[in-house]
Design a protein around this ligand. Structure first.
Ligand SMILES: Nc1ncnc2c1ncn2[C@@H]1O[C@H](COP(=O)(O)OP(=O)(O)OP(=O)(O)O)[C@@H](O)[C@H]1O
Ligand SMILES: [Mg+2]
Length: 383
């Protein structure tokens, strides 16, 4: 029997930090090392891998697959200039399916694991939506990209926190007493910045056996970190801050996968719509990405699944939506970080400003989308 592919999801808390650039070039690098690779665009908000590879318009891809009952994911695989590398693009239809159902998600995940490849790179959308989180946790080989600036780091932290919470909540959902504990913590929101170790202690008081399971889940969740667009060596410290916060609050051990500088050639490759891997394979940044590919190939083999997809449940989504919407809760968390000298007050003020701005932008976006849905519905009912 052939081995299942190793899935490498690439995520970030904040947008525009370089996930797509890294996914595309990492896929080329793995292919160059002789591995069979499929790169998949799973950015439901802004699929653009096809653009970076020179396509004028998006060929049918994941969106079409999700909307068609009888198609297989493998039907959407396209060749690239490298015989080892194939892609499955996102497409225009994907934008309309921000709310894929659990059935669709399971169908997609099951078919992912049946694709004919050794490595599958998933370019995810930014932020902590459930789909992003679920794909982020699909594999122990996930990558978290951040820029060396405070907003990006703290958004990355929020993504880790939400992911870990969802992982535990979903996997332990058959234990009502433990679930109530999670619900209470979520509802408390801004009142306290929790540490996962405290929650684990409480779980141990409730049931030592569940505690063993929960601790194992936390131990297995260790995404790899990439700091991108650094301008000076000391930017590496921002990654360190994230690692420290994640360890002390979330008990997540994150390994550094790499550190990439801001590189004009990379930017040019985006404008030229040719990946740096093809445009200039000797480029320093690309060579650093090749090093990351080596690390991935040589990583020890971990279990395939973190999140048991049979456990998906929407009830959590509601609670989490409330909690992530709660700006106050985030701010309180960050204030606690100030107490530990991980963030200074000016950084904190800029974070709050940015979060508020992003919140307003998101609300506007939702309003615009809602209006469009209403217009579509009207148009359809008139037909
Ligand atoms: N190391 C780098 N040096 C210079 N520019 C970079 C680097 N990495 C990414 N960029 C630039 O940053 C911009 C955003 O990159 P990219 O689209 O990969 O981010 P993203 O995280 O996928 O964004 P989104 O969240 O919108 O999907 C692009 O214009 C790209 O050219
Ligand atoms: Mg992107």
């Amino acid at each position: 029997m052939k081995n299942k592919p190793i899935i490498v999801p690439v995520a970030s808390g904040k947008g525009g930090v370089g996930k797509t650039v890294i996914s595309v070039n990492l896929a080329f690098a793995l292919a160059q090392l002789g591995k069979k690779v499929i790169l998949i665009d799973l950015d439901f908000g802004g699929a653009n891998i096809h653009t970076t590879l020179g396509y004028e318009t998006a060929p049918d891809g994941v969106g079409n697959f999700l909307n068609q009952r009888h198609m297989k994911l493998e039907d959407y695989v396209l060749d690239t200039t490298d015989k080892n590398l194939k892609i499955i693009p996102g497409d225009a239809e994907m934008v309309g399916i921000a709310n894929i159902t659990n059935v669709q998600k399971k169908k997609l995940i099951n078919q992912l694991f049946n694709l004919d490849a050794e490595y599958i790179i998933l370019d995810l959308g930014a932020g902590s939506t459930f789909h992003t989180i679920d794909f982020f946790m699909i594999s122990p080989f996930s990558i978290l990209v951040t820029m060396p600036e405070m907003t990006s780091v703290l958004n990355a932290y929020a993504l880790l926190k939400n992911s870990l919470f969802r992982l535990l909540y979903i996997n332990l959902k058959n234990h009502p007493e433990v679930n109530e504990l999670f619900n209470k913590h979520m509802r408390k929101g801004g009142e306290s910045a929790w540490k996962i170790s405290e929650i684990l202690d409480k779980i141990e008081e409730i049931d030592p056996e569940i505690h063993v399971n929960a601790s194992a889940l936390v131990d297995t969740f260790n995404p790899k970190l990439i700091v991108n667009m650094a301008t000076q060596p000391k930017d590496v410290q921002m990654g360190e801050k994230l690692r420290k916060i994640s360890k002390s609050y979330l008990s997540i051990e994150m390994e550094y996968l790499g550190f990439l500088y801001h590189d004009k050639q990379i930017h040019q490759s985006i404008i030229d719509r040719v990946p740096i891997a093809m445009l200039s394979p000797d480029n320093q940044t690309y060579q650093t990405i090749v090093r990351m590919a080596y690390k991935i190939v040589n990583a020890r083999c971990l279990p395939y699944f973190l999140l048991d997809i049979d456990n998906y449940d929407d009830s959590f989504e509601m609670i989490m939506e409330e909690a992530t919407d709660d700006l106050a809760s985030l701010i309180q968390d960050y204030e606690n970080l100030t107490g530990e000298n991980l963030v200074n007050i000016n950084e904190l003020l800029s974070i709050i400003k940015n979060l508020e701005y992003e919140n307003i932008e998101l609300k506007r976006k939702v309003e615009r989308l809602e209006k469009r849905i209403i217009q579509y519905k009207k148009a359809i009912s008139r037909k």
